[in-house]
Ligand binder design. Structure first.
Ligand SMILES: [Zn+2]
Length: 351
């Protein structure tokens, strides 16, 4: 078994092909690119201003930052630029497959042509397939915009099944409206052949995590860290084989972990990733919004070893779960798993 020193973990995980399942395109825009996009639209801002906006705070500050940065995404060409830059960042880390969340709810709020934006995003992404990176898409509604707005997102996602849209999700302020309001929306998503997921239990309660599964039929949950406060919810998630898409740095930066723990300044070491893994819950590691949170997938693996004490073997199993729990068909999944296992065994990552 290779040693789990932080440098070693980084190089081990750089060597294996990886999947990333919880990643927002709009959260991947580096400050230099925000400055560039703003200038395209006649707005002069500095990188320092962007960094200040991205700085850690509470969840409301994070939602404001997301709103502000997306205000510079105005044309399909803007979306194409940020897609290409995200693809470069992923390739540089040996990420071969990602499911990227697109805030369709925000595009609709700004009265944009969603299908034109998506066509530009797709065109930009497809160029990277010959270099070994495949991107699929999750159309995301914004919870506080309500049920009708979410229904509009499902309708658009349904139109794009077969064009790489694999799932429907909801993000935003999870405390805004109860899960039950969205039952019909998720039924439509399922009927259209879309995977179902949701951001929940990030700042909300453990019960809200269980409800999302019971009421909306989601198979994957963005964050769900509130489950750490309830043994019965953890047992339920393990038994139902629900995947938690965990983003440790994100939970620190948005104050979500502090809120769940009732502690002012928690560290990454307080994150429940290891607890969930040991409880037999399916978990994956992601960055959420890598530019906003100044992180990368390799940083997340490294911190999971150095700050949470996860072994190289455990992290190897978690990396494998990234492919196993992707919204891919069985042939695609098996092909990725085969190449992952070959590389992992060469790197002595899996027993
Ligand atoms: Zn997210």
């Amino acid at each position: 078994m290779p040693s789990s020193s932080p440098e070693n973990i980084r190089s081990l995980f750089a060597a294996v092909p990886k999947a990333e399942l919880h990643l927002h395109l709009e959260g991947s825009i580096e400050p230099t690119t925000v400055v560039e996009l703003a200038a395209r639209h006649g707005v002069i801002i500095t990188e320092a201003e962007v960094s200040q906006c991205y700085a850690p705070g509470d969840f409301a500050k994070f939602l404001d930052a997301f709103k502000w940065v997306t205000s510079f995404l105005r044309t399909p060409a803007d979306y194409a630029v940020i897609t290409a830059r995200l693809a470069e960042q992923l390739l540089a880390q040996n990420v071969v497959y990602a499911e990227v969340t697109l805030s369709i709810g925000v595009m609709l709020l700004r009265k944009q042509d969603v299908l034109a934006n998506f066509a530009a995003i797709r065109e930009a992404a497809i160029r990277y397939e010959s270099r070994g990176l495949k991107l699929n898409w999750i159309f995301d509604a914004v919870r506080q915009f309500g049920v009708f707005a979410a229904e509009a997102v499902v309708n658009l996602a349904s139109e794009c099944v077969g064009e790489g849209v694999v799932a429907f999700g909801i993000g935003g302020d999870e405390l805004a409206l109860p899960a039950a309001d969205f039952r019909g929306v998720y039924e439509h998503a399922s009927a259209a052949g879309l995977g179902r997921l949701i951001h929940v239990g990030e700042i909300g309660t453990a019960d809200s995590v269980r409800e999302a599964v019971e009421i909306l039929g989601v198979t994957r949950i963005g964050h769900g860290i509130a489950a750490m406060n309830s043994l019965s919810v953890m047992e339920y998630l393990a038994q139902q084989e629900i995947t938690l898409e965990l983003c440790p740095t994100s939970n620190i930066r948005t104050g979500a972990l502090a809120r769940q723990l009732g502690k002012t300044s928690p560290s990454v070491g307080d994150h429940p990733l290891k607890l969930f893994f040991n409880q037999g819950i399916r978990v994956t590691i992601s960055t959420d919004d890598p530019a906003m949170f100044e992180t990368s997938l390799l940083d997340e693996y490294e911190r999971s070893a150095s700050k949470m004490g996860l072994s190289a073997d455990a992290l190897g199993q978690i990396a494998e779960m990234g492919f196993e729990n992707a919204f891919l068909n069985i042939q695609e999944k098996n092909a990725y798993l085969k190449s992952f296992r070959a590389a992992a065994s060469k790197a002595q990552l899996l027993r």
